[in-house]
Design a protein around this ligand. Sequence first.
Ligand code: ATP
Ligand code: MG
Length: 206
Amino acid sequence: MTDAHKNDSVEDDRHRARMLKKKAVIDQRIARANQQRGVLILMKGNGKGKSSSAFGTMARALGHGQQAGLVQFIKGRKETGEYRFFKDHPSVDFHVMGHGFTWETQDKNQDIAAAAQAWQIARKMLQDDRYHILVFDEMSYMFKYDYLDVEPVVAALNARPENQNVIITGRTMHRALMDIADTISEIADIEHAFRKGVKAQPGIEW
Ligand code: ATP
Ligand code: MG
């Protein structure tokens, strides 16, 4: 055996030992994660990808034949691709907040009424165990602008059916939601095409 071959086989043995150790650690972690229940996922941060992640996860659930409920708390000025794609899906209940809050409305009372109405729909979904997954898109702004109180939302989330998964998106998350969340992901704004002067486009922005 040449020296080069000897070194190779020593390296192989080391690699195998390292991988065995790693497998033992991962197996232990898998064995420890033995709870079966729904989770609360928060998608926060200034980067692009929060809502699209939530819709992607919803599509994943639908692929397993699950029932989904969706409430969008900011009424887009445009009809979004996700709305067009999912609104007629037999296993998706899709609600967009009426009249509601956009950066352009100046009628706070009307916004608050719209938020309360959207919350009533979301609250009913949280009491209904037919829904496997709920997405409350852009809900975080409702707390930021004091359109909704966070306490009843926390209470309803805590009392929801045990196997129901919930995803909430929005740039900033209320501390009270972070305290009860199972998974929190923050998307960082490293760069965005908008700042390079690229116009918003269907299929990417909406
Ligand atoms: P997406 O819906 O694409 O997943 P998002 O939910 O993470 O985005 P929002 O804060 O809801 O982000 O904003 C949605 C819209 O704003 C999208 O058109 C997105 O491309 C744009 N956007 C998101 N982040 C930024 C940013 N940092 N600068 C400029 N525009 C952004
Ligand atoms: Mg979004």
